[in-house]
Structure formats: structure tokens, C-alpha cells
Design a protein around this ligand. Sequence first.
Ligand code: GTR
Length: 328
Amino acid sequence: MISRRQFIAGAGLVLAGGALAQAPVPARLELAATDVHVRGYPTVEALRWIGEQLEKETEGRVGLRLYHSGQLGRESDLIDLARFGAIDIARVNMAALNNPFPATRILCLPNVFDDTAHLRRALDGEVGAEVLAAFGQRDLVGLAFYDSGARCFYNTKRPIVSPQDLHGLKIRVPPSDIFMSLVRALGANPTPLPYGEVYSALQTHLIDGAENNWQSFHTTRQFEAARYWSYSRHSWSPEALLLSRRRLELLRPDDRERLFDIARRSVPYMRSLWDKSEADARDYVLAHGVTANEVDREAFASAAAPVLAHYRKDEQVEKFYTGIRALA
Ligand code: GTR
């Protein structure tokens, strides 16, 4: 398998070549796509599907090479690699985009979405379109959103029923100021760590817990160490599929349109995989000894309210918030 360093060195050559040549369009272009998840995870399978459709619909002019399982590094680095054209497609979570792309913040904040159907209506509507367009400000093209379910807390110590139960616990968060403030507002100590390090951090007790969806909890095997899952549903932070604008320019105009269209069509495919795998992941971990409990939803909502109130002082966040709540 190619190492991350070899890949990036190679990409440098491609970029240098691309800068010199400025088109002509190559006879075949293989797009490098990245994901931190393992084979079989819905986002990875959606990328694989995109690759198959691209091969077919461009008659082999465009293909996709998939680097899954975080082979090319952590999400915050992948975003930069895509911006500079060293990779073509990055599938990353909105949390990793919150700091550089303020338009994404509304999608991670607490007390915004009621359920998956509500989230999907917002992503498919005007707010979704505006957030996708905002990626254009920094050399990216927003291709699509994917679901990521409700994020919930899990830990090695005890069931979390009210925010008080989180007090004193070290909880891993993704690289986002929103997640840092949210976990702090709920009374725990936020510890930012890359996704790939969470399993061993739980095993070695560097952290007491983390928060994520059922599928991530299952496929990373974090459930072997963290035996308490608590249904806090504190964020619905979805996934983004981002394309490097530099690399887009290497595609024939009709193939660009094909790629946009295939990415759009991958959304219902991904959603069907997501809906099925959510229940499977939950059943699997519960059958393997994890206990799940409902939380005091009102106590969580009121402890998280100051975080939302703080971000709503921003005009764009407020506009998006009003638009999303109108779809509730
Ligand atoms: C998952 C998401 C990943 C990654 C991870 C994390 O839900 O699918 O892309 O962002 O969360 O917490 O780092």
C-alpha cells in the first residue's frame, strides 16, 4: 500500500505538471478520493458507487481511486490537501469544516435539528445549497451532503442521564470550536483528537469518552472500551463531499457535469445504506454488552442553549437557523 508521504510527494509532481501544462485534458483521469472510514461504511460505499458510475458514464475517461480508513491522514489535513489539488475528493465531516468555513457552523450546532427527516429537508433545501456554495470561496466545490445520524455521548465510566453526569469526564471532540464549547457547556473536559486515535485513547484511559453516531462507534470498535451509550443527540453534524477546484479544471466540461450529477445521485444511495446500517450497528453493539440509556433531553437542551445563543449573534447563522426551524 502507498504511504501518505509517497502519495503527497507524487501529488506534488502531478500539480507541478498540471501548472505547467494548463490542459490539454488528459485521456484518462483518476480522481483520488479519501475517507477516514473503513470499507463497508456507508460513506465509503457511496464513494465506491460514484467511482463505478463515473467509469461507466464517461466511458473510462474518469475513474476514482479510493483511499479509505484514513490512509491519507486526518480530516483537517485532507481539507487542505483538496484545496491545494493534492487530492481530488475529500469526504469529511462538517465538524472539521466549522473553523475554516463559518457557513457550516449551523449544521453542527445543538438544538437546531429535530430528527433525520428534518436534517434531510434542510440539506436538500436552500440552506444546504448556500452551505455547499460557500466552499467555493476557498478552492473547493461542494458536491453533496451525506447523513451522519445523531451524535451521542459514550464513555467508559457510567450512564449519562443529565449533563451533571458528564462533569469531570475527559471527552474527545473533533477539531471544531463548536464541539469544544458544547462539551464544556455540558460540564465535561473537551479533548480534541484525530478520529483514528480515539480507540487507543479510550483503551489507555487518556480520555473517558467521546461522542459520535452508532456506525462510527461500531466500526472503530470503540464500543469494546466504552460500555455506556447515552442518547444525548446533541449534534446532527452531517458529512460533506468536497472536490478540489484545481482538479475540476482538468475534466472536460461534459464530464464535470456528469460528476456533479453522479454526486447528486449518490445521496439517495447513501441514505438507503445509512438507514439500514444504523440499526445494524446499534443491534451489534448492544448484543456485545453495551448498555444504552435515554437522557434528560430538556436538561441537555438547556445546558447547550448558551452555545447556540452565542453563535446566533452572527447574521448568517441566524438566517440559516430561522430557515431550518421553519422546516421543523
Ligand atoms: C464521524 C464522521 C467522520 C469523522 C468522525 C470524527 O461521524 O463520519 O468523518 O469526522 O465522526 O468524529 O472525527
